[in-house]
Design a binder for this molecule. Structure first.
Ligand code: COA
Length: 175
């Protein structure tokens, strides 16, 4: 599980170093899995070829601020297929299972983030009928910017402090 998760994030970081994993990523992953392992709010699938793990899909229910009317969706947090078995049916089967999990749990859509230069993944998602609805734009501020100081314990991640989902803005949060 960790190997596949790291494979995915090493690949993402090779496209964009801003997606590098934190030093203590394993702790956060374990925390997420302990809380969420195939509970009512998430789905984690690992595919095996004999003893070898060859594919990982992680999906979770996501809630934005109560400020928004349509604030619940299912989100693909991770999708990774071992390079040796890419081009088969595994990724497609994962997405089909994700769709049926999301429908069964009352979600009307699945969303995901994909790096703009990840052409293969974009082609794959297009094949699965996903389409882009928003873009993330970035302005790098360069050297000389003081480190942003924040409290590591302030729950500054995820809805319900889930370490694998980013925290949306705070406007209208009920806590
Ligand atoms: C994205 C991923 C899960 C898709 O699984 P896959 O088994 O490779 O998917 P497929 O081969 O069915 O689909 C990929 C499509 O890209 C095409 N493709 C193959 N190699 C490619 C390349 N180097 N560049 C662009 N497109 C490529 C394939 O031909 C296929 O399109 P087609 O069916 O029209 O021919 C898998 O490639 C992967 O794990 N990538 C690394 C991790 C990743 O990017 N995860 C998604 C993060 S959001």
């Amino acid at each position: 599980m960790r190997k596949l998760f790291k494979g995915l994030h090493d690949f993402n970081a090779s496209l964009d170093p801003r997606f590098s994993l934190a030093e203590n990523w394993e702790q956060y992953l374990d925390e997420h899995l302990k809380r969420e392992w195939n509970g009512a709010r998430s789905l984690t699938l690992i595919a095996w070829e004999g003893e070898r793990p060859i594919g990982l899909l992680m999906l979770a229910g996501y809630s934005d601020s109560p400020l928004f009317q349509y604030r619940h969706w299912a989100e693909i947090l991770a999708l990774f297929i071992d390079p040796e078995v890419r081009g088969g049916m595994l990724a497609l089967r994962f997405v089909r299972m994700a769709k049926s999990w999301a429908k069964d749990h009352g979600y009307d859509r699945i969303q995901l983030y994909v790096t703009a230069t990840n052409e293969r993944a974009k082609r794959f998602y297009q094949k699965c009928k996903f389409e882009p609805v928003q873009e993330i734009w970035r302005l790098e501020l360069g050297d000389g910017v003081p480190d942003f100081v924040f409290d590591e314990d302030d729950g500054d991640y995820g809805p319900d402090n889930d370490p694998l989902t980013p925290k949306p803005h705070n406007v209208g949060e009920d806590d």
